[in-house]
Design a protein around this ligand. Sequence first.
Ligand code: DAT
Length: 180
Amino acid sequence: ETEIPNFPRDLPNILITGTPGTGKTTTSEMAAEATGLTHINVGDLVKAKSLHEGLDTEYDSYILDEDKLIDEMEEMMRPGGKIVDFHTCEIFPERWFDLVIVLRTDNGVLYPRLESRGYNAKKINENMECEIMQVVLEEARESYEEQIVIELESNSIEQMEENVSRIKAWMESWIANNSN
Ligand code: DAT
């Protein structure tokens, strides 16, 4: 990782991560609306700005160009106030985030969500295994300070609403503790 100074920010940056289908995008949109922070859907950004090296046809997903992605996001992240939504978390500089949320979904709930997306069997199985093995949670715990990583259940609308309320409350307390 290159040595870029971390400027103080007036608003926090939050990463919302988890296996595909756990509710990152829906939760991020609701949290952005509740807090006034800006949602960055990294998957959309990768497609829109071609921050990839083509399509992996076997898994039907883009092969990320990580360096291009990090360069593209650096200026966006600097002032703070972003909710970043992506299925992997270890590629980002640690200094970007004040809170890392890992969404978790029970197998019996996740499977039909992935099916209804029209994913092929290979992609469904890959994602189910990712969730069962808690790959993203372990990545998050290895990549960020323990105290900023929070695991939240995302099985129902009620839990999603509760998660959004928690994010809002957390942001308000961050602002109260970090204002000059
Ligand atoms: P992700 O961005 O993690 O891939 P998503 O936000 O696109 O997930 O959600 C996938 C689908 O599941 C979408 O139809 C909304 C639904 N969903 C997500 N989280 C949910 C929750 N906690 N309760 C009910 N439905 C949820």
